[in-house]
Design a protein around this ligand. Structure first.
Ligand SMILES: O=C(O)CCC(=O)C(=O)O
Ligand SMILES: [Fe+2]
Length: 365
């Protein structure tokens, strides 16, 4: 029997400790979100206020033709302004994208005990983690999301250790997006004056993780968030979203664009992938590229899935603004640090917009 969801510790035990997730709450037939999920008013999302991002997706196949330079410019411009853009003709088969969404639904439809074996305290693999919200122990209000994370080391370990239900699609997604990631890094680093070789790709984008996010239907979308305001911390994120919508990005204040400071929605485009700049690219570029703050709304009618690939530096990698950029700018806006220290700082706190980057500010050593 489901516990009383108004008692915080019994809710926590049911959702987090026993691995039932938000899905377990919804399956028990609630008609109102439990108090623990009600966000402070400033964090609640009013669907009716949002405008949609009208920027057309970038056609990556044109990188291989006469329009190469224009396409690089589009990518750089997007990274310097919104920090988010969508791409088409990206090399990941459309059938695989469809299959990934179904696979995510299938995984979260499994009985709780099949998923709960991957909770971080008990997971048989250090690469795999199933969880809910972001850092439930630290959050004032929980996020309406369950997820499974699969870190990539090599094919053999992925095949042996990732959940068999997700493994094949997730691995294919990683492999078929590899070339796109290389091209994006080449365009973005090339614009900063860095020539890319294999060791640079590995240092700055060699660590990859595939997540599957599940946002169950929510009886009160106006009171909750699927994911709270945050920026991603790696170099780049490749994101597959389904057709439901609800991904919002805050237009950075320090750009010369319309709508600065406003939240805009990144609309689902069939067959497209969303690319977003992570904190590490903001640091490497000495602040030229923006790791945009984003968040996700919940929906009352249909559950939503998304499948990000987080592309990050190796954990032991030292990160600092690139010398080529600092020379031009005359000042380093961020200090040097080791990426694993940045991760520990990020995963040790609840989501709080772009506060994560304060760890890297030049005067915060
Ligand atoms: O579900 C989405 O569209 C975005 C998820 C997200 O921001 C994340 O997993 O970091
Ligand atoms: Fe994110």
């Amino acid at each position: 029997m489901a516990p009383s969801f108004d008692n915080e510790s019994s809710l926590f035990n049911f959702v987090v400790r026993d691995g039932n997730g938000v899905k377990g709450i919804v399956d028990s037939g609630i008609s109102k979100v439990p108090q623990a999920y009600i966000q402070p008013p400033a964090e609640q999302i009013n669907k009716n206020n949002a405008t949609k991002c009208e920027i057309p997706p970038i056609d990556l196949s044109k990188l291989d033709g006469p329009e190469h330079d224009q396409v690089v410019n589009q990518i750089v411009r997007a990274a310097e302004t919104l920090g988010f853009f969508q791409v088409i003709n990206h090399g990941v088969p459309i059938e695989l994208l469809e299959s990934l969404k179904q696979t995510a639904h299938n995984f979260f439809a499994l009985p709780a005990e099949r998923k709960a074996v991957y909770r971080k305290e008990v997971s048989p693999s250090p690469l795999v983690k199933y969880g809910t919200s972001f850092v439930p122990e630290k959050e004032r209000a929980l996020e309406w999301k369950d997820y499974i994370s699969m870190a990539y080391t090599n094919d053999d370990e992925a095949i042996q250790q990732w959940p068999v239900e997700c493994r094949d699609d997730a691995l294919q997604y990683l492999k078929t997006s590899h070339e796109m990631v290389r091209k994006l890094l080449e365009a973005l680093l090339g614009n900063l004056g860095v020539e890319l070789d294999d060791s640079k790709i590995d240092a700055l984008g060699g660590k990859k993780m595939v997540n599957m996010n599940f946002y169950p239907t929510c009886p009160n979308p106006e009171l909750t968030v699927g994911v709270g305001r945050h920026s991603d911390i790696g170099t780049l994120t490749i994101l597959l979203q389904d057709g439901i919508g609800g991904l919002y990005v805050k237009v950075p204040k320090d750009t010369n664009t319309e709508k600065k400071g406003e939240w805009i929605e990144i609309p689902p485009i069939p067959g497209a992938l969303v690319i977003n700049i992570g904190d590490m690219f903001q640091v490497l570029s000495n602040g030229r590229y923006k790791s945009a703050e984003h968040r996700v709304r919940t929906t009352s009618t249909k559950s939503r899935v998304s499948v990000p690939i987080f592309v990050s530096p190796q954990a032991t990698q030292k990160i600092a603004p690139l010398s080529q950029v600092v020379e031009k700018d005359g000042v380093a806006r961020y200090r040097e640090f080791v990426f694993s220290d940045y991760m520990n700082s990020f995963f040790g706190n609840a989501h709080d917009g772009k506060k994560s980057l304060e760890f890297a500010k030049a005067n915060s050593a």
